[in-house]
Design a protein around this ligand. Structure first.
Ligand code: GLC
Ligand code: CA
Length: 583
């Protein structure tokens, strides 16, 4: 069977670092760049080979650095430009690569470009952002349309000084750039992209990449909630008319000139056919995208984005199968696989079970899923330790810091009114899926503040689970989640013709308890069996499995014959000499 074209970024395993919560080196309670440098040997030993560093740039931090006021400077509490240079060389010296976060759909309102733009209607940079006059409704000033921003309220912010509104899909402190203006694009490429690529950065994870091109007629969204003027407008935010043209230009001017990787975050784009144009090699746009279908399966719905929804394993499988299609040779694209990031709660709490009885097996089972699929896997910091959500006993109003959660709670209280049941259900949603769960400090050891910091107070509270769940304890335990990740990462490289380049074949698509798939390459195949429940589940070896199955790895000792125990994961390969085709 033909294999897809090998590339370093296809064989990469990405490890995502959220600077605020990774490691604090100077005792101020906030993670920093020297902290990251101090852990590079840990990451090398884990077996990952690309580090994605979330925004460390200069920023007033309304959205944890996704509001950048200078693309070439560093948020002072995180360190200096020299620290960034040391980070890049420290990663390269260890034979790894490093990618940064590119946030150019919007800037901070404190960025010099926006300061100039808002200074007067005649400013040469007026057109660098999207300004509109008010609409007059019954003699009163109103925004140009009824779109609700991602973080609540209108997408339009009134500016007293020049008496116009500006557009912001996210917070008012994150004004959207006007990509229609070629000068803007040129400035973005030079200052935010090529500046770093010239310094040796190996690529970017690209924030909200499909929001650059706007639907310039700004039509009103359908009214789904008459109790508020601001209606969900997700479908208008993404994939505007000139998007593919802009991405081709960015490829030409930036990524295509280097041997780097480009990974675009693509919300609101669930269909394989819509994703393919972004990632198909011949289109020369992006190498892969980050989709949201798995990640948003268990929450959302209208205004209340953290409202808990039941999810099904069938849907989980269908989504997986769809994404895997991007990597097959005839499509010549690629995909990412992830279960966690800084915008998601902890996967073991969401998709498996964080009860101490099942947590270790559950986290290893999810790791088996993550690391045996084609596409580039992204491991989020702490996922390799089996870190869990914040406990339900923690006060949502006190311990949760994310502006998205804060906005959700405001909406929830407004909508629930005196309905206590609704309020409780809404809080339950935040306890399961708020972005804050992925943002608590990394648990390095069992000393105070989990070895993350020497400060009395850390920017977010350390999860109470740190005595049991921490890197130092897991280092010493051959059966830990960490040890299992190391094993799997080694096997992923050793059997790359199957796990990275093999063709995905889903079995038992209707089964709601287990996931079964084969990864196939020529005469070689691997069978992956995953039990997502706390009950025993029987299984059969699919008839399409070639050869004699031999157990390669399991997350529980002493595999039984045809039964998977709670949260058990197994990988079988065919016995005998390996004949490696293609890659
Ligand atoms: C992306 C980021 C998220 C941020 C948003 C606005 O979705 O991952 O953290 O809030 O973009 O930049
Ligand atoms: Ca610090």
């Amino acid at each position: 069977m033909e294999s897809t074209v090998p590339k370093w970024w296809k064989e990469a395993t990405i490890y995502q670092i959220y600077p605020a919560s990774f490691k604090d080196s100077n005792g101020d309670g906030l993670g920093d760049i020297p902290g990251i440098i101090s852990k590079l040997d840990y990451l090398k030993a884990l077996g990952v080979n690309v580090l994605w560093i979330c925004p460390f740039y200069k920023s007033p931090q309304y959205d944890m650095g996704y509001d950048i006021s200078d693309y070439q400077d560093v948020h002072a509490p995180y360190g200096t430009k020299a620290d960034i240079d040391a980070l890049i060389s420290g990663v390269h010296e260890r034979g790894m690569k490093v990618i940064f976060d590119l946030v150019v759909n919007h800037t901070s309102h404190e960025h010099a470009w926006f300061q100039e733009s808002r200074s007067s209607k005649q400013s040469p940079k007026r057109d660098w952002y999207i300004w509109k006059p008010a609409k007059m409704v019954d003699g009163k000033r109103a925004p140009p349309n009824n779109w609700r921003s991602n973080f609540g309220g209108s997408v339009w912010q009134w500016d007293e000084h020049t008496q116009e509104y500006y557009l912001h899909y996210f917070a008012p402190q994150q004004p959207d750039l006007n990509w229609e203006n070629p000068e803007v694009r040129k400035a973005v490429y030079a200052t935010a992209v090529n500046y770093w690529l010239d310094k040796g950065v190996n690529g970017f994870r690209i924030d909200t990449v499909n929001m650059y091109s706007k639907w310039l007629d700004f039509p009103d969204a359908d009214i789904v909630d008459p109790s508020t003027p601001w209606q969900p407008a997700d479908k208008f935010y993404s994939n505007g008319p000139r998007l593919h043209e802009f991405l081709k230009e960015m490829h030409r001017e930036c990524f295509g000139r280097y041997d780097v990787v480009s990974i675009g975050e693509c919300p609101n784009t669930p269909n394989f056919h819509d994703v393919l144009p972004f990632v198909s090699t011949k289109e020369k746009e992006l190498d892969m995208v980050i989709q949201f279908d798995l990640a948003s399966m268990d929450h959302g719905g209208g205004e209340l984005r953290l409202w808990h929804r039941d999810w099904s394993l069938r849907l989980f499988k269908a989504i997986t199968e769809d994404a895997q299609k991007l990597a097959i040779p005839e499509h010549d694209g690629w995909c990412t696989t992830y279960l966690e990031n800084h915008d998601q709660a902890r996967s073991v709490s969401r998709f498996a079970n964080d009860d101490p009885k099942y947590r270790v097996a559950g986290a290893k089972m999810l790791a088996t899923y993550l690391l045996t699929l084609s596409g580039t896997p992204i491991i989020f910091q702490g996922e390799e330790l089996g870190m869990v959500n914040m406990p339900p006993s923690w006060d949502v109003d006190k311990e949760y810091k994310d502006l998205n959660t804060i906005d959700y709670m405001v909406e929830l209280r407004r909508m629930a009114g005196s309905d206590k049941g609704m309020l409780e259900k809404g809080i339950y949603g935040a306890q399961r899926t708020a972005r804050d769960h992925g943002r608590t400090p990394i648990q390095w050891d069992d000393s105070s503040q989990a070895g993350f910091s020497t400060a009395k107070d850390t920017w977010m509270r350390v999860n109470d689970s740190y005595k049991e769940i921490n890197a130092a304890t897991e280092e010493k335990d051959a059966n830990s989640v960490l040890a299992f990740y190391r094993q799997l990462l080694t096997l992923r490289q050793e059997y790359k013709e199957l796990f990275i380049y093999g063709m995905f074949e889903l079995h038992e698509s209707e089964d709601d308890n287990t996931i079964t798939y084969i990864k196939r390459n020529g005469d070689q195949n691997a069978l992956v069996l995953l039990n997502f429940t706390n009950q025993d589940q029987s299984f059969v070896i699919p008839s399409t499995f070639k050869g004699q199955p031999e157990l390669l790895l399991s997350n529980l000792p002493k595999a039984g014959k045809h039964v998977l125990r709670p949260y058990e994961a197994r990988i079988y390969v065919n016995k005998g000499k390996r004949v490696v085709n293609g890659a």
